[in-house]
Write a protein that binds this ligand. Structure first.
Ligand code: DX5
Ligand code: ZN
Length: 218
């Protein structure tokens, strides 16, 4: 099953509850929460209090993409706030295995994200622990950027590894996934699609719902 993880980064924050309900009505299956700290990425968004505010609004899993330095210091807070999946960047984890264990100990599902310049090979040892691998198809920090095709080879490589190793982690892709790129991404083997600007049309809920519906009609 292909999942649509809609990124609330592109939504109207003043009406977050309505925006989530609309994307869910359109068929979105995961809420993708982009957490940015202004250090690892050149932008600041939201943290555990916003995750806690979203939690009672939906039964959909909350997929928290942590674009932060020192994720270990915040895992407990995000788990308590109600996150289901915690996705940490390979580039900031000096002891990636330990960080993934910590996520498991707090009752969340662990995932790892790799930037465009980070090779898939850096994850081979931890693949059996993961709910998913998130392949960035833009440099993280902002919505609305152009899709980088180098992500396609990485998705294919991960799909091969999943087969060879007999694993069942999911392959998520994030950044510039829109109507013109989604088919290539799915063909390469991705099964969790993050989309922000391709889904949310702030101020126009009918359009947002329609965008979500069309997105999944591959
Ligand atoms: C970028 C974020 C993405 C972003 C995607 O750093 O990780 O999740 O919201 O936005 P679009 O779909 O507009 O590229
Ligand atoms: Zn993201």
């Amino acid at each position: 099953m292909i999942e649509l993880a809609f990124s609330i980064l592109a939504s109207d924050f003043a009406h977050l509850a309505d925006e989530i309900a609309t994307a869910e009505r359109g068929g979105g299956t995961i809420v993708h929460v982009d957490v940015m700290d202004g250090h690892f990425v050149p932008n600041i968004t939201f943290g555990p209090p916003v995750v806690a505010a979203i939690r009672p609004l939906t039964k959909l899993p909350l997929d928290c993409h942590l674009m932060i330095e020192n994720p270990d210091s915040f895992i407990e807070d995000f788990a308590k706030a109600g996150a289901d999946i915690l996705c940490v960047h390979q580039e900031v984890c000096r002891h990636l295995h330990r960080t993934l264990q910590l996520i498991q100990q707090h009752g969340c599902q662990p995932a790892v994200v790799i930037n465009p310049a980070t090779p898939v090979e850096t994850l081979i040892e931890v693949l059996p622990m993961l709910h998913h691998v998130l392949v960035m198809s833009v440099n993280p920090g902002f919505g609305g950027q152009k899709f980088l095709p180098l992500a396609l080879d990485k998705i294919e490589h991960l799909a091969e590894l999943r087969e060879e190793m007999g694993l069942n982690f999911r392959i998520e892709v994030d950044g510039g996934v829109a109507h013109d790129t989604v088919a290539r991404v799915v063909e390469a083997g991705a099964d969790m699609l993050v989309a922000g600007s391709a889904i949310f049309a702030p101020g126009d809920p009918a359009r947002t719902e329609q965008n979500a519906r069309e997105f999944l009609r591959l």
